[in-house]
Design a protein around this ligand. Structure first.
Ligand SMILES: Nc1ncnc2c1ncn2[C@@H]1O[C@H](COP(=O)(O)OP(=O)(O)OP(=O)(O)O)[C@@H](O)[C@H]1O
Length: 765
């Protein structure tokens, strides 16, 4: 189908797409148009990675905008929100206004009411629903990207409930759900009353196979010898082979073929990148090495940590690692250098497979098992995950086809990998809504935001979820709902009253606050229990308390650390809040100590300890510190609201602990660091120059400020202006690119499930 034949889209769109190299639609895109996606029909598109799902969404959203409507694009990762916004901003020249919603969970994002297309994570949309954002009622089209993630135990229920709420509020709403190839796309389409496009078409062929011995065994029955023979490890041999020019059907494949290697832990990603850098570097020419040296310099500039240096060292030689412990700037630099074909090999944890656009000539899935504490030991990855990784192979327009390989070390394993992954049908996705943490959170939110006011209306709301569509066992849902309602009532989040024959459910003030703050009710109960009798809590005590909640992803204790943190617990016994589990309750005590380790990390950060010392001490990456800090800031802000709500006298102490973690400063610097554009390092310099508070800054001599800020004229003016200085001689207040970042409180970008293993493919959501 030609782009100009697509009905109901803006007149300017065919010309725009044509100029962008899109003349005709890919077959699944054409099928989506035929199914009515540009005419308001709901659609589930279950198609492989990189086969043009975004254009399907774009066609739907722009046709809604043409009809005078408003569209919402729900992304699974915060990093993707900015990527998608940047992508849709190309339409602003035609008057389409695009906004991205991140930031605080307790606002209704009023300014978004004016936007035509809004991009947000599912957590953010859920919080907007809870905060009663009025503009949600004006939505015409909602796109759910990576909808197969409803299957994810931690985040899936939020996406599922959010879609159900948006649909229940706005019955005519068009839902466009984009999914990887899954086993039960029809079931999703039934749930959403949507048309279905279920296709395995790809713009570039994908050969899947297994490496064994010196040969690649492919799914079409063929075998290929690697050009490099010898004693090299399989991954090294494949990377070297990919780098060499090859001739396919008489046509030379573009030089510098790239390889994406998926491994199961951060440490493995770093170690593999180090080793493979030595394979790649001899193949590079002078220009490439010079360009890579520039990228390495940029990486070193991002932060002063060992991770930053290690990454730069690998990048200098043409390889890189990529995992959720990297800071967003590191990740962007690696992804860009890989797309520009400067970096030839990236060793990644599965986070990179989740939607980031990094095609590569070959993909190697080196590890197909991953450590899982819960399930006990090494567990195989799901078919969906492995297929998502494999789908990254093949750069359209550059390679004749992509190749994706697993590695076998024996004949038996060769057969097993073919059975388990290469030939395997995609998995079906299953709702995880019946899990307790999800239920208690979403039930409270559903009652608090007025979607249901009785047990019956709650059950009937839940009837619109995928869980209800998938389960035959109505009794189980009712049981979980009853248990959770009892929990919510016991903790004073909801109350029951009689209205004639009907029992009414209402959220208490506390329940409303908890729902608006976007807290798991259990986190709120833990926090209230901890702060209720704490007249003057210490920062460490508060960091430990919030680290114990289910909303904080804790660090794990490593061997030997149990003794170490038991000692820390004794040393700080009087500061720790709430009830301490007995040392004989093995796993509860271990969790409690792990929370103490997390609290110590936060306390170090809030005592101005250098980032690289923290990464060293706790075995984490700079991205983890940022993640923990963001989450702690959010939870302490919530604790502050809860203390206010309950009339406790410790609001000020909580606020100070929050500010200290927010800026990473000692008590005495809070006031200064709080001035916009100051932050951690500058506050320290100002303090050392004798300016100790915002007041003093307001009246300070500009020359002293300038000297403390190392002569940075523009920064000084901005800082003075924000401190309320009567005469800052403002000339330009554009934010200083050198400024330390202000921590945002949208934690959807911050959660990290494991220290050593990126346990879910989400990593950074
Ligand atoms: N009809 C088309 N003609 C030419 N190029 C296209 C067409 N549709 C999409 N593309 C290009 O194909 C590439 C992959 O598309 P896109 O990123 O939309 O895939 P996707 O299915 O969303 O991938 P993912 O699985 O990563 O979400 C993009 O560079 C896009 O510009």
């Amino acid at each position: 189908m030609e782009v100009s034949d697509v009905p109901a889209v803006p007149e300017w769109l065919p010309g725009h797409l044509d100029a962008d190299g899109v003349e005709s639609l890919y077959p699944p895109q054409a099928a989506a148009v035929e199914a009515g996606v540009t005419e308001g029909e709901s659609l589930v598109a279950s198609i492989p990675t990189a086969s043009g799902k975004t254009l399907i969404a774009t066609l739907a959203m722009l046709s809604a905008v043409k009809r005078g409507g408003k569209a919402l694009y729900i992304v699974p990762l915060r990093a993707l929100a900015s990527e998608k916004k940047a992508e849709f901003e190309q339409f602003e020249q035609y008057g389409v206004d695009v906004g991205v919603s991140t930031g605080n969970y307790d606002s209704d994002g009023e300014w978004l009411a004016k936007k035509d297309i809004i991009v947000a994570t599912s957590e953010k949309v859920d919080s907007l629903v809870r905060n009663g954002a009025p503009w949600l009622a004006q939505l015409d089209c909602v796109v759910a990207d990576e909808v197969h993630l409803v299957d994810d135990p931690t985040r899936g229920p939020t996406l599922e409930v959010t879609l159900a709420k948006l649909r229940s509020r706005n019955p005519g709403l068009q839902i466009v759900a984009l999914s990887a190839t899954i086993g039960n796309a029809g079931e999703l389409a039934d749930w959403l009353d949507a048309e279905l496009v279920d296709s395995s078409w790809r713009p570039i062929d994908l050969r899947k196979g297994v490496h064994f011995g010196q040969a690649l065994h492919f799914d079409d029955g063929t075998q290929e010898q690697l050009s490099v023979q010898g004693n090299e490890k399989p991954t090294a041999a494949i990377v070297r082979d990919t780098l060499r020019d090859t001739v396919e059907d008489g046509e030379t494949v573009e030089e510098g073929g790239s390889t994406l290697v998926f491994v199961n832990s951060r440490r493995n990603a770093e170690a593999a990148a180090r080793r493979l850098a030595n394979v790649v570097s001899p193949e590079l020419d002078g220009d490439e090495l010079a360009a890579l040296a520039d990228v390495a310099d940029e990486i070193r500039d991002v932060s002063d940590t060992e991770t930053s240096d290690d990454l730069a060292d690998a990048v200098e030689k043409g390889a890189a690692f990529h995992h959720a412990g990297l800071s967003p700037d590191h990740r962007e630099l690696v992804e860009a250098a890989f797309r520009d074909r400067l970096v030839k090999c990236v060793c990644a944890t599965p986070t990179l497979a989740a939607g980031v656009n990094t095609p590569s000539r070959r993909v190697v899935v080196r590890d197909w098992r991953r450590y899982s504490g819960d399930a006990g030991g090494m567990q195989p990855l799901s078919v969906l995950e492995v297929h998502q990784m494999m789908g990254r192979a093949g750069r359209p327009g550059m390679d004749p086809y992509g190749e994706a390989l697993l590695l076998a070390s024996s004949h038996d394993e060769l057969d097993e990998l073919f059975e388990r992954y290469v030939w395997a049908d995609p998995d079906p996705v299953e709702s995880k809504l019946a899990a307790e943490p999800a239920m208690r959170t979403h039930l409270l939110a559903t009652v608090a935001s007025g979607f249901a006011d009785s047990r019956e209306t709650l059950l009937s709301f839940l009837d619109g979820t995928l869980y209800a569509a998938q389960t035959d066992e109505q009794g189980r849902l009712e049981r979980v709902v009853d248990d959770m309602l009892a929990y919510l009532e016991r903790n004073d989040f909801i109350e029951r009253s009689r209205d004639g024959d009907t029992e009414r459910l209402t959220a208490t003030n506390l329940g409303h606050t908890v729902s608006r703050l976007y807290l798991d009710p259990m986190s709120a109960a833990t926090i209230i229990d901890g702060i209720a009798d704490a007249d003057d809590p210490s920062a460490l005590g508060l960091y430990h308390l919030v680290s114990r909640t289910p909303d904080m992803y804790q660090l794990y204790l490593r061997s030997g650390e149990r003794e170490q943190y038991t000692q820390v617990a004794y040393d700080h016994e009087t500061e720790l809040l709430g009830t301490q589990p007995s040392e004989f309750e093995e796993s509860r005590f271990e969790d409690w100590l792990a929370a103490l380790k997390t609290a110590k990390l936060l306390d170090d950060w809030a005592s101005e300890t250098d980032e690289d010392r923290i990464t060293d001490r706790y075995g984490v990456g700079p991205g983890d510190i940022r993640g923990k800090v963001d989450t702690a800031e959010w939870l302490l802000g919530a604790a502050e609201s809860l203390a206010g709500e309950r009339g406790f006298g410790n609001v000020q102490a909580i606020r100070e602990a929050k500010k200290r973690v927010q800026y990473g400063v000692r008590q005495e610097l809070i006031d200064l660091a709080d001035v916009r554009n100051v932050g951690r390092k500058r506050a320290r310099r100002l303090y050392e120059a004798g300016i100790e508070s915002r007041d003093q800054l307001r009246n300070a001599d500009k020359s002293v400020v300038l000297a403390a800020l190392r002569g940075r004229e523009r920064t000084a003016e901005t800082v003075l202006e924000h401190a309320g200085h009567p005469n800052p001689e403002m000339t330009d207040v554009t934010p200083d690119p050198d400024a330390e970042p202000v921590v945002a409180t949208d934690t959807s970008g911050s959660s990290e499930s494991a220290e050593e293993n990126d346990q879910s493919s989400l990593g950074d959501f």
